[in-house]
Design a protein around this ligand. Structure first.
Ligand SMILES: Nc1ncnc2c1ncn2[C@@H]1O[C@H](COP(=O)(O)OP(=O)(O)O)[C@@H](O)[C@H]1O
Ligand SMILES: Nc1ccn([C@@H]2O[C@H](COP(=O)(O)OP(=O)(O)O)[C@@H](O)[C@H]2O)c(=O)n1
Ligand SMILES: [Mg+2]
Length: 245
């Protein structure tokens, strides 16, 4: 029995707001939705032929956001290990696409070098491919959505919202210091691109965080401190989160 989208209203009341249905209405045209495969489904979840999210495999999704160098990747690795999540980094998937000489590789490289945002369709396709091929129902989606365009496209295509959003809040000077110290040979870890990325973060990513804050889904974590100190705060969120199966 396949079901290809998940009602926002089915989220725990702890995390949903009374305005949710109104906001959703603006995003997706009822009564039909398109799933990842482009198949229409009715609003009550039937009839279900085949789709991305089945009733049995409705994933728990945590979006992990924060500026460049705020520690998203570092903390995701620890969450994945401690809580059995699959960690999907949008940036890593895009970089893999560059190395695999895909048709979009040159465009992705140019976009990352400029610190800009790759078109949503490209990134969502990569995330989708991973989610489809991995047998897990708990996903950390790191560095996505980076913009309202990313967010709206993801919600339109999948018909779902994240269960929770982690936001690593870090001062700019600390982020710059960490990025410059990262030494992973990334084309965008230089002072010029970092300045651009910080601007893009403030202009495009903060609105996403504000949106999910209004939806009652954001856990804001002070990212200053040692990796272990930050993780203790993160652990608390996941320990307390009753929605994780
Ligand atoms: N709490 C922390 N304190 C100091 N350095 C950190 C901390 N968390 C991560 N780092 C380091 O900062 C750099 C950026 O971390 P990363 O996890 O890649 O951030 P992001 O994915 O948000 O860009 C890495 O070199 C990482 O080892
Ligand atoms: N959703 C996303 C995520 C990353 N990216 C691009 O990939 C770059 C690196 O992303 P990342 O998540 O690996 O960067 P960090 O914040 O981890 O340093 C971004 O600056 C964007 O250029 C994107 O276009 N869209
Ligand atoms: Mg990262």
């Amino acid at each position: 029995m396949w079901r290809i989208w998940r009602r926002v209203g089915s989220l725990s009341p702890l995390f949903s707001s009374p305005k949710s249905s109104i906001l959703r209405q603006d995003l997706i045209q009822a009564p039909y939705r398109l799933n990842f495969l482009g198949i229409l489904s009715t609003e009550n979840g039937t009839p279900a032929t085949i789709g991305f999210f089945s009733k049995e495999k409705t994933p728990f999704i945590a979006f992990v956001l924060g500026g460049p160098g705020s520690g998203k990747g570092t903390q995701c690795a620890k969450i994945a290990e401690a809580f059995g999540f699959t960690h999907l980094s949008a940036g890593d998937l895009l970089r893999k696409e560059i190395s695999s000489n895909s048709e979009n590789g040159a465009m992705i490289l140019a976009t990352i070098t400029e610190g800009k945002i790759v078109p949503s369709g490209v990134t969502i396709k990569l995330i989708r491919r991973e989610m489809e091929s991995i047998e897990n129902n708990k996903f950390l989606i790191d560095g996505f959505p980076r913009s309202e365009e990313n967010r709206i496209a993801f919600e339109r295509i999948t018909g779902v919202e994240p269960n929770i959003v982690l936001f690593f809040d870090c001062p700019e000077d600390e982020m710059v210091k960490r990025v410059l110290g990262r030494k992973q040979g990334r084309v965008d870890d230089n002072i010029d691109t970092i300045k651009k990325r910080l601007k893009v973060f403030a202009a495009l990513n903060l609105p996403v965080i504000n949106h999910y804050t209004r939806r009652g889904k954001v856990y804001k974590i002070n990212a200053v401190g040692t990796i272990d100190e930050v993780f203790e705060k993160v652990r608390q969120v996941f320990d307390d989160c009753k929605m994780i199966k």
